[in-house]
Design a protein around this ligand. Structure first.
Ligand code: P71
Length: 459
């Protein structure tokens, strides 16, 4: 298995982990309606539910928390964040938001009208849901290679540019108020997008006069992949690559809970002056005054510092190597994954791992349950529970390309021995995988059902 560089930090504060017994976990699962979102975190041993807001902040960030300026208007911390965002992202305007989906909500509530369509290489579920909630239709136009889990395409998160051009021709640009690109492409397996592809998408959008927004959550990991894999970028620093990426777009939505290394926060950037005025009005209505946008001053301070730490090359090398280690370790243990391993997470191909479970019995959810039952490890289903939906016209279920389970690695939190434990847990499941049972849904809400749905074991 590949090793990875020692953590480029040492540990100054610790948080104890509690181990539970298998009997306890069996009871806790039943009480949670077999939905691991409903477990208490203290009952989870290794928590790979998400890399969002779960990472460890640095001593500099904690010092920044103490320096936070909590003034309602014009806080020093706002201007510090503004300087960082201008330096890295380069857009004309920005507003803080409490997290990424708030930025999406503001953008969608202003630009999405009933019947419009929003293309993306891969919408994340919150983005898709915000578009639908405003009456629009999210459309994913990722490359075909992404549908083959064994294909080691270096930029498997790319947009299919031919499909994009055809889509715009067929839909008509007047029905596309903006277009998107998500870096890295979380839905396709945390896979990166190449600079050439971002350039190509930007050129197509702009040819038709369509504003281009980047979903920037994991832009630093994407920049590092560009450095490692794309010709002409080996000698560039991640921050330079990031600047180039954003210079191609008209704005971005950002969940700072990922590559800005904070526990809460986000922002929305735009170049357009008029749109910015409308964003500010909506922000005041929904989030807060434009110099804090629903966050505390200390949060703005921590984001400003975290943005730079997240671009540090040694950190990124360790970060990506950690994911690679987990991914290759799972493969070696006989667990099929989306190859190559992504930036923030490893995606297990549950459909292939548990082929005896049909899609309408949710193999991904079955595996998530088994991981908790066997090892107290919490992961998230990103298959049909999260993404299948009834076609608005025919009412028939539209299934996502793959039944995936994501093991997301929180930033700067777990060590190699934690990852080894996860690999051992998965190897144990591999040894009895034929006995893992499917599930059915017993309760579900209309939107984003994976957060709160309840399940029962089938058979
Ligand atoms: C992730 C999350 C957070 C999450 C979402 C659903 C289930 C579990 C955890 C959030 C994203 C994202 C992308 C590409 C926008 C958001 C929303 N991801 N775009 O992956 O990945 O950001 O959570 O700050 O509102 O676990 P937000």
């Amino acid at each position: 298995m590949p090793a990875y560089p020692p953590e480029p930090f040492r540990i100054k504060m610790v948080e104890p982990l509690r181990r539970t017994t298998r009997d306890e976990r069996e009871r806790l699962l039943a009480e949670a309606g077999y939905n691991v979102f409903r477990l208490r975190s203290e009952d989870v041993y290794i928590d790979l539910l998400t890399d969002s807001g779960t990472g460890a902040m640095s001593d500099s960030q904690w010092a920044g928390i103490m320096r936070g300026d909590e003034s309602y208007a014009g806080a020093r911390s706002f201007y510090r964040l503004e300087a960082a965002i201008r330096d890295i992202f380069g857009f004309q305007h920005f507003v803080p938001t409490h997290q990424g989906r708030a930025a999406e909500h503001i953008l969608c509530s202003l630009l999405v009208k009933p019947g419009v369509r929003i293309p993306n290489n891969g919408h994340f579920d919150t983005t898709g849901a915000n578009i639908r909630a405003a009456g629009g239709h999210p459309v994913d136009l990722g490359i075909e290679e992404a549908k083959d889990p064994a294909n080691r395409h270096p930029f498997k998160g790319n947009m299919d540019l031919e499909k994009l051009a055809r889509f715009i021709e067929e839909t008509g640009p007047e029905r596309i108020p903006f277009g998107m690109m998500t870096v890295t492409n979380n839905t396709a397996g945390g896979q990166p997008v190449s600079m050439a592809n971002i350039k190509g998408a930007a050129a197509i959008y702009h040819r038709y006069g369509i504003p281009f927004f980047i979903d920037a959550c994991r832009y630093a990991e994407n920049a590092y992949f560009i450095k490692m894999r794309e010709e002409g970028y080996a000698d560039k620093a991640p921050i330079e690559i990031a600047r180039e990426m954003f210079s191609l777009a008209d704005g971005c939505t950002m969940s700072a809970k990922k590559d800005a290394l904070v526990n809460i926060g986000g922002f929305l950037c735009v170049n357009d002056d008029d749109l910015f005025e409308r964003i500010k009005q909506m922000l005041i209505l929904r989030e807060g005054f434009p110099t804090y946008g629903g966050l505390a001053g200390r949060d703005l301070e921590a984001i400003a510092i975290g943005l730079y730490e997240g671009l540090d090359e040694e950190y990124l090398a360790y970060r990506v190597a950690q994911t690679t280690y987990l991914g290759e370790g799972l493969l070696a243990a006989g667990v099929p994954i989306v190859e190559p391993p992504g930036g923030h997470a490893v995606y297990v191909d549950a459909g292939r791992f548990l082929p005896h479970i049909p899609r309408d019995q949710f193999p991904g959810q079955a595996l998530v349950i088994e991981m908790y039952r066997v090892g107290g490890v919490r992961a998230v289903e990103l298959g049909s529970v999260a993404f299948a939906y009834p076609d608005p016209q025919s009412g028939e279920m539209v299934y996502p390309p793959l039944e995936l389970v994501r093991l997301a690695i929180p930033r700067r939190m777990y060590t190699r021995s934690h990852l080894d434990y996860v690999i051992e847990t998965m190897a144990e499941i591999a040894a009895h995988r034929d006995a893992v049972k499917g599930v059915r849904i017993t309760r579900q809400p209309k939107l984003l059902r994976h957060f709160t749905a309840e399940f029962a074991i089938v058979g």
